[in-house]
Design a protein around this ligand. Sequence first.
Ligand SMILES: [Zn+2]
Length: 280
Amino acid sequence: MSLKGNRTLEILAKAERGGYGVLAHAVYDTQMAVGLVRAAERAQSPAILQFFPPPFMYGKASVPISVHLDHATDPEQVQFALDLAEKGIPLDSIMLDGSRAETDEENIALTKPYVELFHKCGVAVEVELGRVEGGEQGLRGVSNARPTDPKKVRAFLEGTGADIIAPSIGNLHGLYIKSPSFNQQILKDIHSEFNGRIPICLHGTGGIPEPLFRECIKNGVSKVNINVEGRTLYAKALGEGLLSKPFPEAVENATEVFTKECERFMTIFGSTEKAGSAKN
Ligand SMILES: [Zn+2]
């Protein structure tokens, strides 16, 4: 393979011709990567995202791990993911969130063309039918929840061509003010309609009790989205750790806190020790 077009070499060749240097700053986590790219964009400067081997090697996993982009709502976000996929850097799956559409037909019209393009790159697509209310950090808020009608799921999946369904069952994004009340019948109906062949994803899980997770999984949910718990514990551990410990130690301790929280969920969800079976 030719190195023509190699970005490191192109950046450095231009720097040499122009007589300037390029910042190759070591990054330890995603936020540092974000900061470096942001600085480069503000300064309109090239930069090199530089990893040291330990964080780089985190990607070498002995268990099945997939990468998913959640709640892609804006054409710009979807196009960016598509551009990467077409260059051979695909995500494994993406949620095309057209739940703001007023009708199912409008949602299908928005989503279907992208589903075809993502499928060409081997990327699976998740869609939401109905509307899950609320907002999450970094996402726009949504009001006027609409529960999913299980009878419409088949037509919706055929219309969009999507692979994973995220229903609205009384779940909401953000934290629950009253204790959550989920319509389990919607999950049971979708699960029996497809005989378990269409994965069901549960959004809006912030602070819900353990038995409710188990009940949803028993009734057909296989993808369980979590945002609040791990993030809150990680942020607290990192913030406190950085005040008293060396940076790598604070990051490592916070990472362990996050890891333990993920392990707790894996136990609740029953996926512990199942890594081998996913390959069969
Ligand atoms: Zn969500």
